[in-house]
Design a protein around this ligand. Sequence first.
Ligand code: HEC
Length: 360
Amino acid sequence: MWTRSIVILWLAGAVPLAAQSSPYGVGRPPTPEEIRALGAAIAPDGEGLPAGSGTVAAGREVFTAQCSRCHGPNGEGGVGATLVGGQGTLRSARPLKTVGSYWPYATTLWDYINRAMPFDQPGLLKPSEAYAAVAYILNMNGIIRQDQVIDATSLPKIVMLTTPAHLKTLFTSPVEVMHAGEANASAFGPIVGTRTHFVLEEESHLNRRRLLLPSFHGDRMHEYGEAMDEVTSQAVEAWPEGRPFPIHPELQQITLQVIIRTIFGLDDATSRDDQLRRQLIRLANVALASPLLLLRPLQWDLGPLSPWGKVARVVEEADRLLLGEIQRRREAQTQHGLSAQQCCRPEWQSRRHEASTAVH
Ligand code: HEC
């Protein structure tokens, strides 16, 4: 057995040599000019990317002219690979590997397209056309916005999170580099406003967080634990027995109830609290869950029946109830000898931030 293994190893080692010296009279080593014509390989850091730039719109044209006959008009695949979708399938029985689901670096996407595509005419695209094709494919995968321009500077800044190592880089990067607040604000700004720690950066973010932290320490945490226990037990009591049911919405409900109970301190026995509780649930289900949050251009309030109008009404009503509640509790606190100044410094005042700090 071991002799056969050695023979196989020996053969495997011999193959590259054979290809180079061409003992069978097939092929020849490429000339230095031929290697240069293929262009230098671009590493993940983007070093060596050429001048030029491309937009999503220009990329759509390049794609239609040069790529869609194999990859389908929307990258859905055909003779060529599927380029769009597949997120979340990598650990399933049928993983769909696309640029959106597994491609690790935007820079090497440019490199691959530049040197290998179109499959039957590699090297055809000019640098700007390759940038445009990259922009279009990234946009179709929801990785960049419609109006983003791709060039040697912007391309290496795109982060594609496909491996645990990437996640580690993300979580250990300096806060000045990773502006999560900006990203949150771009999606959730219409709901949470502009002054909560969730959408702020650096010093102002830290200031807000310091305000919140005492509520998440020591004895308070034990009280929360009790509330979690109670809410969970009550919910589990009501679950059906002997038949399957979707668990995810149930768990969401539990989380929401715990937040409402511990952060907002609401007691569903009173009707005013119940009204606010119902409105917060609508805020979570209708407004925060709205796909329109990711589509700024579609955020048109055309009355209460229009899609964005519906979201706007839910936010308005939640605001009205929350601000009323803040007012009521502030008055109660002042009566208990705490000045309004001590309780709520003006620079801390923002709509829903107060909901999560002052209200509590
Ligand atoms: C003649 C058919 C054909 C054309 C035209 C073509 N491709 Fe491809 N493409 C393929 C095939 C086949 C593969 C798979 C190659 C492989 O796995 O080695 C591929 C793979 C790819 C991949 C890698 C997909 C992955 O997830 O591994 C990208 C990206 C890509 N093509 C982009 C493009 C772009 C951009 C264009 C237009 C400029 C283009 N292709 C034109 C056939 C084509």
